[in-house]
Write a protein that binds this ligand. Structure first.
Ligand code: CUA
Length: 170
């Protein structure tokens, strides 16, 4: 059977594209350091998450050398901590965010990082990330949650280790 030269060319091009697409998807899944947000945080009281034994008062908790837990409460229309005062953590630390919602579905995205999760009432979201360098990050809600959704934002400051003092300890 004779296959035309251009036909072969297109076949090869299509095969190359398929390989490239599979490659990019694979890289995105395992190579780029993205993790799926699971249900590890467990269920919490949907109307009052503070009632749940796994939820701590909003704040920063030191759990080990260079390891911190940050408990964040999202409610219309602020993050606590984050909105009224920035979340402060030291550089060179591993931080796990535990995010709960008090009312409706919110988002919790630390801009410029791959921290991006929903905060669903009744479920605690947990995301872990490393912060090596001092810097300032914005936090935004990216799930529509009401009339002031666009204003629901906060900040996070990664300070040099020498400038860090824990304001709350587990
Ligand atoms: Cu909270 Cu949008």
């Amino acid at each position: 059977m004779h296959v035309h030269r251009f036909e072969k060319l297109w076949l090869v091009a299509a095969l190359v594209l398929i390989v490239v697409f599979i490659g990019t998807v694979t890289y995105g899944a395992v190579g780029a350091g993205f993790g799926m947000v699971g249900d590890d945080g467990g269920q919490v009281d949907p109307t009052n998450p503070q009632n749940s034994s796994t939820v701590k008062e909003p704040g920063v908790y030191r759990v080990a050398e260079s390891e911190y837990d940050v408990y964040v409460e999202a409610k219309r229309y602020k993050f606590a901590p984050g909105t009224d005062s920035p979340i402060r953590i030291p550089a060179n630390s591993t931080v796990t965010f535990h995010v709960v919602s008090d009312d409706v579905i919110h988002g919790f995205e630390v801009v410029g990082t791959n921290i991006n999760t929903m905060a669903v009432p009744g479920q605690m979201a947990e995301v872990t990330a490393e912060f090596d360098e001092p810097g300032t990050y914005g936090i935004v809600c990216n799930e529509y949650c009401g009339s002031a959704h666009h204003a629901m934002a906060g900040n996070m400051t990664v300070v040099p280790e020498s400038q860090f003092e824990t304001n709350s300890t587990a």
